[in-house]
Design a protein around this ligand. Sequence first.
Ligand SMILES: NC(=O)c1ccc[n+]([C@@H]2O[C@H](COP(=O)([O-])OP(=O)(O)OC[C@H]3O[C@@H](n4cnc5c(N)ncnc54)[C@H](O)[C@@H]3O)[C@@H](O)[C@H]2O)c1
Length: 257
Amino acid sequence: MQSVAGAGVVVTGGGSGIGAALARRFAAEAARVVVNDLNADAARKVADSCGATVAPGDAASVGGVAALLATARGVLGEIDMYCANAGVALGDGAGDEDDWEASWQVNVMAHVRAARLLLPGWLERGSGHLICTVSAAGLLTMLGTAPYSATKHAALSFAEWLAATYAHRGLTVQALCPMGVRTAMLDGITPAAELILGETAITTEEVADAVMAGIASGSFLILPHHDVARMYANRAADTDRWLRGMNKLQTRTETAV
Ligand SMILES: NC(=O)c1ccc[n+]([C@@H]2O[C@H](COP(=O)([O-])OP(=O)(O)OC[C@H]3O[C@@H](n4cnc5c(N)ncnc54)[C@H](O)[C@@H]3O)[C@@H](O)[C@H]2O)c1
């Protein structure tokens, strides 16, 4: 898909932040949009603001994903594009059991469960488009929170697997991997994260711009911060050097906060 005009699009976690900006941008580009969020009021406000349909609920649980897809198909017919955008940033340091469980469900299994239900129809008709909001943390790491870093790596890995397995059958999969974006999530996390991400944080509208460009180009990685490509290459080329650099950054956050 090179343009979203006329497409039936679902955006999860669309009640705020990046998801809200994507929903509004897609609607402005003449897509037919379904806005999901756990926060029903927030989702309704976004949907009302752009002529979209609201479908509140949990976009991560088995039942929640099934209900969302049923509602969306009732409105859109077959879904052309699914943006698995809802995410959580939980857990200081190594995180506790609850942080890991919630991060796993929302940041990873939400994507797996949606893909499982979308694939049969998409493979049968030979087209379908999944955009997973991952994070630069999925290509690099996010100092300060292990559950976020590890589950974002898992989300990236799942998206890669889907692309590698189904590209020849008409499936387009893209991974949106920004660094800091000015949303409630960034504002809600640790002072260390603000120190690392604050200076280069971009707006949700800039992310939406990058997504539109990414859809037009079809590249697997959508990188609103161009530097991330260089950092990702450095990590692969000399992992020990990259880790030493990250540890230096960690020590800087410890002395600064
Ligand atoms: N803000 C950043 O700096 C940043 C950077 C990289 C990636 N991301 C990713 O972008 C995505 C969107 O985050 P954001 O920054 O817009 O944060 P946000 O907190 O503004 O939005 C996240 C939305 O997801 C919703 N949500 C959470 N769990 C849900 C569930 N189970 N079902 C349905 N909705 C649910 C929340 O209610 C919220 O409205 C996340 O996946 C996040 O990890 C954010």
